[in-house]
Design a protein around this ligand. Structure first.
Ligand code: GRF
Length: 208
């Protein structure tokens, strides 16, 4: 059984997709051990509560230094002894010591086809604004392992989504979530839970 801790900052629609897949059997061999938000008002925390999943808030705002926050945050994660940590719209930088400890056991969902529109400054609506500004015709989402860089870790799954002529950043963001993020994030967890993902030579190898 894969014990998963999900880290969130906002609405939690990706968390909801994971919860739904666990409950419906779309994800097997997996238990959501806990949810941590850096934002006490995140609706994601309500979603966890509604499904009887333990949750807590650990916010940098409640600590005088980043070091103190990092320490408390890592302790909070480790209390659940996760096999896998899932960043589902989590906007806080993961402490390097945690990346080291959980090498190839932390995954992130990014709302673009990496290496396009990723790295520092590309988060939330900014990703979709940049894609529309550039005039690309296909966008998408990526699930990848987290390493020390920003959106640089081994890529596990990607899914493409068409851009439509009338798209606004908000409309495109929603389509990328519906058609890509909410599908490939649960799918990646299921693949990992069933031993179908390994990392070799810095690349993820997925066997379906
Ligand atoms: C998603 O677009 C995700 O790709 C990005 O942040 C957003 C989170 O949305 N990293 P939600 O909180 O899962 O609804």
């Amino acid at each position: 059984m894969l014990d998963v801790v999900v880290l969130v900052s906002g609405g939690g629609t990706n968390l909801q997709a994971i919860i739904d897949a666990v409950e419906s059997g779309g994800i097997t061999n997996t238990r959501i051990a806990g949810v941590i938000s850096n934002n006490k008002n995140a609706y994601a925390l309500e979603r966890a509560k509604k499904h009887g999943i333990e949750s807590r808030c650990v916010s940098p705002k409640d600590f005088t230094s980043r070091e103190e926050f990092n320490e408390r945050f890592q302790e909070a994660v480790e209390e659940w002894k996760p096999d896998l940590i899932v960043l589902a719209g989590f906007l806080v930088v993961i402490p390097p010591s945690m990346i080291e400890r959980y090498r190839n056991r932390i995954i992130n969902i990014h709302p673009s086809l990496i290496p396009a529109f990723c790295g520092t400054g590309f988060y939330g609506l900014k990703v979709h604004e940049a894609a529309l500004k550039r005039g690309v015709k296909v966008v998408g989402a990526t699930v990848h392992f987290v390493d020390e860089g920003t959106d640089t870790g081994p890529i596990i799954l990607q899914k493409a989504v068409e851009v439509e002529p009338q798209d606004t950043p908000e409309i495109l963001q929603r389509r990328v979530m519906e058609q890509a993020e909410w599908k490939i994030l649960p799918e990646a967890i299921d693949l990992i839970a069933n031993g179908r993902v390994s990392v070799s030579g810095g690349r993820a190898v997925v066997s379906r």
